[in-house]
Design a protein around this ligand. Structure first.
Ligand SMILES: CC(C)(COP(=O)(O)OP(=O)(O)OC[C@H]1O[C@@H](n2cnc3c(N)ncnc32)[C@H](O)[C@@H]1OP(=O)(O)O)[C@@H](O)C(=O)NCCC(=O)NCCS
Length: 327
């Protein structure tokens, strides 16, 4: 491994469906209210894909924007990794559909499944391809159309999620200050029943076992897991940035529930002014949540070149992880 090679974040992009679904739309079909959803989650509205949109089409649009920001042509990309739990098909992978649509060379392209932590898993894999010298430019995407996996009669879940895609181009660089400083990844399959999304090829249910046909969560338990892990990840990252002689300029957390973020901030003392929050507009977009928020932070000038950004995610698997990146 070339120890001098570092992985820098060269460009980001995102794509949200144009269809806005306000909280009030749910009132017609389930026993809920705009007030309950706003106060218990912080979500005001989310985007749902239109019939012609899929997780691949949203990903392609986000990827084009990231490539344009990175000032790279598609043929310069050496690897595509797509994080999603709502791919168009089990085969081909969304990543192959993206490769064809962008007109990339016959490079490796594959999907990964790590739910809401997927983008950070993809970033870690891309980073390792780059630091080993196997790839120079890697396109990573997080994309979801969870609206297609919802039970719209279940008020506990259907109000929480939205659709969208976020992408980033990672590139090899020999400069020392910017780039990926640290990534940590975790999983705990023992508690997998807390968040479940259906497979396209449904697993054979055991006698008496219910088949998972829609996204299903144990909200209160997930809430506790999310706060606990978010606190742990912030504390771990705080120690790490001290060791690296850096400071965190902005945290971009996975966007699930405003109360989860607030609880983690009050436990760690991390200042709210340094946190990117867009869940009021987009809800929880799973693997797309962190890259959409990161791209938004960069476009809104909240994360500038030279800033160190902490990405934090947690979700189905269970999985969780973080990345410290200097822009
Ligand atoms: C789901 C979540 C918003 C529920 O909020 P909460 O404050 O924990 O609410 P509770 O689960 O304690 O439920 C309180 C009551 O609100 C009700 N409720 C749930 N959803 C509701 C809705 N959309 N509208 C109105 N009432 C609702 C519940 O049925 C419950 O009623 P009950 O006391 O009569 O049983 C919250 O737990 C959460 O955000 N969890 C994590 C979400 C998640 O799993 N995301 C995916 C993985 S990252």
């Amino acid at each position: 491994m070339n120890r001098k090679t570092k992985t820098v974040l060269r460009g980001t992009g995102s794509c949200l469906p144009s269809r806005i679904v306000a909280n009030d739309e749910f009132v017609r079909t389930i026993d809920t209210s705009d007030e309950w959803i706003r106060t218990r989650t912080g979500i005001h509205e989310r985007r749902f894909a239109s019939p012609g949109e899929t997780s691949a089409t949203l990903a392609i649009a986000a990827a084009r924007k990231a490539l344009s920001k990175a000032k790279l042509d598609p043929h310069e990309i050496d690897l595509i990794i797509c994080a999603t739990i709502t791919p168009d098909m089990m085969s081909p992978a969304n990543a192959c559909t993206i490769q064809a649509a962008l007109g990339c060379r016959q490079i490796p392209a594959f999907d990964i499944s790590a739910a809401c932590t997927g983008f950070i898993y993809a970033m870690s894999i891309g980073d390792q391809f780059i630091r080993s010298g196997t790839a120079k430019n890697v396109l990573i995407v997080g994309t979801e159309v969870l609206s297609r996996a919802m039970d719209f009669t279940d008020r506990n879940t259907c109000i929480l999620f939205g659709d969208g895609a976020g992408a980033a181009v990672l590139s090899a660089s020999d400069q020392e200050t910017s780039g990926i400083q640290y990534i940590s990844l975790y999983s705990d399959g023992v508690n997998q029943n807390l968040i479940q999304a259906p497979a396209r090829v449904i697993k054979q249910a055991a006698p008496g076992e219910a088949t998972v046909e829609h996204v299903r969560i144990h909200g209160r338990e997930v809430f506790r897991f999310a706060v606990y892990r978010m606190v742990e990840l912030i504390q771990e990252a705080t120690l790490m940035v001290e060791r690296l002689g850096l400071k965190i300029d902005l945290m971009v957390p996975h966007q699930v529930n405003r109360r989860i973020i607030d609880s983690a901030l009050s436990s760690t003392g991390f200042p709210v002014e340094k946190v990117m929050i867009n869940l009021d507009r987009y809800g929880n977009t799973s693997a797309a949540s962190v890259p959409i928020a990161l791209d938004g932070a960069i476009r809104e000038g909240r994360a500038k070149p030279g800033d160190t950004v902490l990405l934090v995610a947690f979700g189905g698997g269970l999985t969780w992880g973080s990345a410290i990146v200097t822009l």
